[in-house]
Design a protein around this ligand. Structure first.
Ligand code: PHE
Length: 342
């Protein structure tokens, strides 16, 4: 083989190897390139080395020297590519990969978003925060004292029926004081806060509640409530009405029609139901009332000293009215075509 042919082969080999190594985008591509050029048995470098034997004796020292230099160059290019890939794997964001082309048009990037209920919760916190209510969290697994007893709901009350609550089987004992359940209302947090805090109190608590309801367009066995509690001296029903009206117009718009309807809850006296007008119907968005003296007593407050109001609003119903969602089940199907609209 003529020296010139051999040198040209070397030249082509080196150009091809450098291109492959520097463009390898990941470890698999680099390994394929390594086998093609540096493979011990039939790599292209090996094949070229064999051609060395066909170069005439007097040309062989020049050819051999050139071969060694090329081999070193290719080895170095391989090591460099190895290093580049391992450091870009460590910081893939700011180290473009070998085949990164900044001029290519970008791929569509789908940004996630908060669930509509989470968005609603954040907005409700904002509105109530402006009215001076701070946010408190409470547990979803509750005992009878916080879910019922302290809220003036005695053992024989139908609201405590096992068919109307998710009692936790593992915690079932003959002693009903120790029985646990998934809380059926966020009013539990009223008790937890008052037990720990001397008056005055001005708090809200947002979270999940559980009731064994059959799911339909307006019911779901799990939903969210916003509980509110304000305790101070001389709090009246007028304060409750003002706060609920202000809240409803802030969230639903100043043109919303709302009404308060007499009702009953064991832990408030008097009690009301708050409705808004939607699609030719009054829809209930929550219950409220003046905290019953029995409840104040149960947490160690003096009903002669302080009064207060409480309310519990359905977060789903507010969210549905805001976004004209007519079936609560849509919120929990996790269909991105639905969720992407909010
Ligand atoms: N806890 C009641 C419910 O879930 C709502 C409510 C809260 C009523 C606070 C009055 C006061 O239906």
């Amino acid at each position: 083989m003529a020296l010139t042919d051999f040198l040209q082969n070397l030249d082509e080999l080196s150009t091809a190897a450098m291109a492959m190594f520097s463009s390898a985008g990941d470890a698999a591509a680099l390994e394929a390139a390594r086998i093609e050029f540096l493979g011990a048995k039939s790599g292209r470098l090996k094949t070229t080395q064999k051609q060395l034997g066909g170069v005439s004796k007097e040309d062989r020292p020049v050819a051999g020297k050139q071969f060694n230099e090329t081999k070193q160059k290719i080895d170095a290019a391989f090591k460099e590519a190895q290093q580049r890939l391992s450091s870009s794997a460590a910081s893939p964001v700011d180290k473009p990969q070998g085949n990164f082309d900044a001029t290519l048009p970008g791929a569509t990037f789908r940004v996630g978003r908060l669930h509509p209920i989470t968005q609603t919760i954040e907005e409700l916190k904002d509105i109530m925060g402006r009215l001076g209510f701070s946010v408190v969290e409470g547990p979803e697994i509750e005992d009878n004292w916080h879910n019922f007893e302290a809220l003036n709901i005695p053992l024989e009350h139908p609201a405590r029926d096992p068919l109307d609550n998710f009692y936790l089987a593992t915690a079932q004992t003959s002693n009903h004081d120790e029985m646990l359940l998934l809380r059926s209302q966020t009013s539990t947090v009223q008790i937890r806060v008052m037990e720990k805090t001397p008056p005055p109190v001005r708090m809200i608590s947002l979270g999940r509640v559980y009731r064994p309801d059959t799911a339909d367009a307006t019911h779901y066995p799990m939903f969210h409530q916003m509980e509110g509690l304000l305790i101070d001296s001389h709090v009246t029903m007028a304060d409750l009405k003002s706060v609920l009206r202000l809240f409803a117009t802030s969230y639903l718009g100043s043109d919303v029609h709302i009404r308060f309807r007499p009702s009953f809850f064991p832990f408030t006296e008097p009690s009301v139901e708050a409705d808004y007008w939607w699609n030719d119907n009054w829809i209930e968005f929550g219950g409220a009332g003046m905290v019953d003296p029995n409840v104040l007593q149960a947490v160690g407050y003096d009903p002669e000293e302080v009064t207060g109001f409480a309310f519990g609003l359905g977060v789903e119903r507010l969210c549905m009215r805001r976004h004209s969602i007519t079936d609560i089940r849509e919120l929990y199907k996790n269909d991105v075509r639905f969720l992407h609209q909010f």
